[in-house]
Every structure is written in structure tokens, then in C-alpha cells.
Design a binder for this molecule. Structure first.
Ligand code: IPE
Ligand code: IPE
Ligand code: MG
Length: 247
């Protein structure tokens, strides 16, 4: 498989990935889980490169969920340290490739050093014109929906919004992902077929792909195969196949 097998006129605009399987990847090799997370960071670099090469505008990566705070303290601390060093090591690369860094999730939960590194990198890359790379950190769909409902309820309480004016558009515009478009493709690596509290509202019509490959092994070829399958799916959005074909 190569990029020439892909129809470049029919590319997804937004790919979201649940990067799962790092721990099992390490365990299979008789290594500590952290080695899997480190290898996972290398996989991120590869996939960011491929996505950029294809000129896909949005990539969103689930890096740490709200529920991941319940992991052993040593793993959480090591992941936060890895996050800081990955941002430091990749910043030049992001600048060269015109990548704009973005974050969703409860950033206030992150250790101070992570917050500072993230904010600085987001600021430094903010004028880049290529891929928007969104990291979901301390993120969960239910956290995001609760935050949205709280904000909307506050507007109603203050008399700034009438309950009858709450629309799907208003809800989408109040989510943490705004103004990103909804993902066209959601990939979960690592063999599980579940969403684990990722982008619950946004994936209403997303094409889902569950692959056995563990995240550290996920390579350009795996992404290209998924994009090719995506291009062969018919997205009907509730309509009939005939309606879709006629327009
Ligand atoms: C995904 O890999 C990375 C994070 C959730 C931070 P896991 O660490 O969940 O790997 P497995 O599922 O245990 O193999
Ligand atoms: C989902 O993976 C979260 C991330 C990839 C960041 P988990 O490994 O936390 O999901 P579960 O616990 O298997 O559902
Ligand atoms: Mg997992």
C-alpha cells in the first residue's frame, strides 16, 4: 500500500484515534508498561507525519482519559513526565511541519509543568497553517457534556438564553472540541471494540474502525488501509443509498 492507492480527492477531513494497547505491547516483550508508552510516542510522530503528508486538516488523539487518573500513581506520573518530554522533543518538528497543537480536556487537572509546556507549545504553534493536532488530555465525553450542560444552564439562569433556543448547533458550539468538525473516521487500536468515553457527541455519524494492531506498532500502512476502506464505505446519514448515489 502506498499513498498513490488513496483517492486524494476524497480524503477524511478529521481522523480521531483511541491509541490503545501500549501496556500489552510492552508486556508481550517482557518490558514495563512505560516502554509501551514511549514506543507509543514514536507512533504518534509517524502518524502525525503521514496525516500531514496527506494534507488531512485535523487529527485528534486520545492520550489520557479522565478515568486514566485511576491508574497506579507511578504510571500516571511517568505518563505526565513523558508528555512534557514529548512536547519538548517534538516542538521543532511540529514547527517544521506547520502543525498547530491544540488540547481538549480538563487541562487544570494536569501537573503545573505539563500545563506550562502545553500552553507554551500551543502558543508557539498557533500561527502554523498545516495539520491541527488535538491532544485529548484528562478528557472524557461525559466530562465534556457535563461542562457544556453547566455552561448552557448558566446562560439560561442568567436570562441570556431561552430554553427553546437550545439547538444541536448551540450544544456543539459549547463543547470543548468547538470549532473542530466532527471526525469522519474514528480508529481504536489494541483490539477492544469500545469507545471508552471518547467524543460521545461528535461521533454520531463517524465511521468506526477497530483494529487489533497495538498502538506502538501502528504505522503509515495501517492508516492508509483504513482510509482506503473509508473511501469504499457509503455514508448515508439516514438517507437511502439511491438518494446518496443520485447527488
Ligand atoms: C493506551 O494504552 C494509553 C493510555 C491509556 C494512556 P494502555 O496503557 O491502555 O495499554 P493497554 O490497554 O494496557 O495495553
Ligand atoms: C482509552 O484506553 C483511553 C486512551 C487511549 C487514552 P483505556 O485503556 O483507558 O480504555 P479501557 O479502560 O480499556 O476501556
Ligand atoms: Mg488500554
Amino acid at each position: 500500500m502506498s499513498i498513490s492507492d488513496i483517492d486524494l480527492t476524497h480524503l477524511p477531513q478529521h481522523i480521531a484515534i483511541i491509541m490503545d494497547g501500549n501496556g500489552r505491547w510492552a508486556k508481550e516483550r517482557g518490558l514495563e508498561r512505560m516502554y509501551g508508552h514511549q514506543a507509543g510516542a514514536d507512533a504518534v510522530r509517524r502518524i502525525v507525519e503521514t496525516t500531514g503528508k496527506l494534507q488531512i486538516p485535523y487529527l485528534t488523539l486520545y492520550a489520557f482519559s479522565t478515568e486514566n487518573w485511576n491508574r497506579p500513581r507511578t504510571e500516571v506520573d511517568a505518563l505526565m513526565t513523558l508528555l512534557v518530554s514529548a512536547i519538548q522533543n517534538e516542538l521543532d518538528n511540529l514547527m517544521q511541519n506547520q502543525v498547530r497543537l491544540n488540547v481538549i480536556g480538563n487541562v487544570d487537572d494536569l501537573p503545573e509543568a505539563c500545563q506550562q509546556e502545553l500552553i507554551a507549545a500551543i502558543h508557539k504553534t498557533s500561527q502554523n497553517k498545516g495539520l491541527t493536532l488535538t491532544l485529548a488530555l484528562s478528557y472524557s465525553g461525559r466530562w465534556e457534556i457535563t461542562r457544556m450542560v453547566t455552561q448552557i444552564a448558566q446562560l439560561v439562569e442568567n436570562g441570556q438564553l431561552a430554553a427553546k433556543d437550545i439547538t444541536p448547533e448551540k450544544i456543539a458550539a459549547t463543547l470543548n472540541t468547538f470549532p473542530l468538525p466532527d471526525p469522519d473516521i474514528l480508529i481504536r487500536t489494541g483490539g477492544e471494540s469500545r469507545i471508552s468515553n471518547f467524543l460521545l457527541w461528535q461521533i454520531a455519524y463517524t465511521e468506526l474502525f477497530f483494529v487489533d494492531t497495538k498502538w506502538p506498532d501502528f504505522a503509515e500502512n495501517d492508516l492508509l488501509k483504513i482510509i482506503l476502506q473509508f473511501q469504499n464505505r457509503e455514508r448515508r446519514f439516514g438517507k437511502t443509498s439511491e438518494q446518496i448515489k443520485s447527488c
